[in-house]
Design a protein around this ligand. Structure first.
Ligand code: F6P
Length: 473
């Protein structure tokens, strides 16, 4: 195996500073867990942002640097203005809504492109400094779409992969972006470009054909004398870790407590970052419709919605939070009683153990984004159900729907249809629940995060190197 240079906006560890000092903590989440094994095995480095270190003393900063070095993490520090304009600005005010089909959320005037480009240059410079001949470079996600092209200029012979973790929109949508050509050219610096689904691959090829007109097969492009491959690699989760936690005695105790507090009730569950792509308002309205339509469910449903604070400095997220707060208040005002309320809304982060306890306690999991690249929560829920029970209601607009056809698939824009699906899930026979959950679990366990990493890397490392292509040509 060649040395792997991983490149992502965030490092798999984050610097945490509090009154007791400063520590570097491992980040949870798919990317960090999925890539930790190849990162350890290959002996390479991981380049990324370690979070805000501006308040650290020099001594603390030195301490952080040595801890990062032990983990073979190379920090790229962002200034406050870079965080504001590259991360919150171009990445999350422009590219994020664009890729999620929300053009009306994009500012009319794009003021942050230059900073996005410059930070991508900084990443490319740092990676090029770390590079040794024979290394494989793997760049991740929409914050770094220019990096593959910038690396190709610096390291013409390098083996470079790129994975896009969010949807790639239809070319009609992508075409609205003033910088569409620069971004496409940036991606084409890679040898292999990966997406979660075949639809995203098609959308990307459509955009290439329309704006760059290269020699395009759906999965193979000739660009500047090189072959660029494109493929669908649906990301998975560390299913074994979730299953192990779900059988942990401490977690099972917590499951019993959660269920005990909801005696005589059925538990509906939503777990999301508080992001306007996640479809929380329509999900709440669907729960409200069930209560409106079927008085028999009043007092017998407990909808636990966990909303993890995210990107709080971006205005659209603050406005979305207000919408969700208001809806929760309205539904609880209408259908709550002195002894219980239908919606238990928790605006905070939870650790993995607490999440797994919630997954295992739930009767119905509602994963209803209006658009989502993959959605790993849907997979985590199934991995955390070794009891083979629980029903997954899944939006057709999540990438996960392409693989998880045994879920109850819904149109997340259709509140009435979601209310129907919730009732169907609540009334589903045990046999049917088990049949569906078993099929879902097979899929989630077979195509886990280790499968994802190795299928991408095997493909990338099996491609002819640029020098060999030239000889062959
Ligand atoms: O889904 C895309 C993604 O960038 C993930 O990689 C990440 O976990 C999530 O969004 C949250 O992103 P941020 O780094 O902005 O908190």
């Amino acid at each position: 195996m060649s040395r792997l240079l991983l490149v992502s906006n965030r490092l798999p560890v984050t610097v945490k500073a509090d009154k007791d000092g400063v520590t570097v903590v491992r980040s949870m989440g798919g990317l960090a867990t999925g890539l930790s094994r190849p990162h350890e095995r290959s002996g390479g480095v991981w380049v990324g942002w370690p979070g805000d270190v501006s308040r650290l003393t020099d001594a603390q900063r030195a301490q952080v640097e040595s801890q990062l070095a032990n983990l073979r993490c190379v920090p790229l520090y962002l200034s406050a203005s870079e965080v504001n304009r590259y991360y919150e600005g171009y990445s999350n005010r422009v590219l994020w809504p664009l890729c999620h089909y929300m053009l009306d959320r994009i500012p009319r005037q794009d003021r942050d492109w230059e900073v996005y480009r410059k930070v991508n240059e900084r990443f490319a410079d740092l990676v090029a400094q770390q590079y040794r001949p024979g290394d494989t470079i793997w760049v991740h996600d929409y914050q770094l779409m220019l990096v593959p092209g910038m690396l190709r200029q610096r390291l013409p012979e390098a083996r470079i992969g790129y994975f896009h973790h969010i949807p790639f929109p239809s070319s009609e949508i992508f075409s609205t972006l003033p910088r569409r050509q620069e971004l496409l050219k940036g991606l084409l610096g890679a040898d292999l470009i990966g997406f979660h689904t075949v639809s995203y691959v098609r959308h990307f090829s459509g955009a290439l054909l329309r704006h760059l007109g290269p020699d395009t097969d759906i999965d193979r492009i000739i660009w500047e004398g090189r072959q660029v491959r494109v493929g669908a690699f649906p990301m998975g989760i560390d299913a074994t870790a979730f299953e192990t936690l779900a059988n942990d005695p401490g977690v099972l105790e917590e499951v019993a407590t959660i269920r005990g507090k909801a005696e005589g009730q059925r538990i509906l569950l939503g777990i999301d970052r508080l992001d306007y792509t996640k479809g929380i308002p329509r999900r709440l309205l669907a729960v409200q419709r069930v209560l409106e339509r079927e008085p028999a469910w009043r007092g017998r449903l407990r909808f636990v919605q966990v909303a993890v604070p995210s990107r709080t400095q971006v205005e659209a997220y603050a406005a979305y939070r207000e919408t969700v707060d208001e809806l929760v208040g309205r539904i609880n005002g209408l259908y709550g009683g002195v002894h219980n309320v239908p919606v238990h809304y928790l605006y905070r982060s939870f650790n993995e153990r607490q999440l797994v306890a919630l997954y295992r306690a739930a009767d119905v999991m509602l994963v209803t984004p209006v658009r989502d690249g993959m959605n790993l929560v849907a997979k985590e829920f199934c991995a955390a159900r070794p009891d083979e029970d629980g029903v997954l209601v899944l939006s057709e607009f999540a990438g996960a729907a392409a693989e998880m056809s045994s879920a109850l698939i819904v149109n997340a824009f259709d509140v009435e249809a979601m209310a129907d699906a919730i009732e169907e899930a609540l009334e589903m026979s045990e046999d049917e629940r088990r049949k569906r959950m078993r099929a879902l679990r097979v899929q989630v366990k077979e195509q886990d995060v280790h499968w994802w990493t190795s299928s991408f890397l095997t493909r990338l490392e099996g491609l002819p190197a640029v020098a060999e292509q030239k000889t062959a040509g």
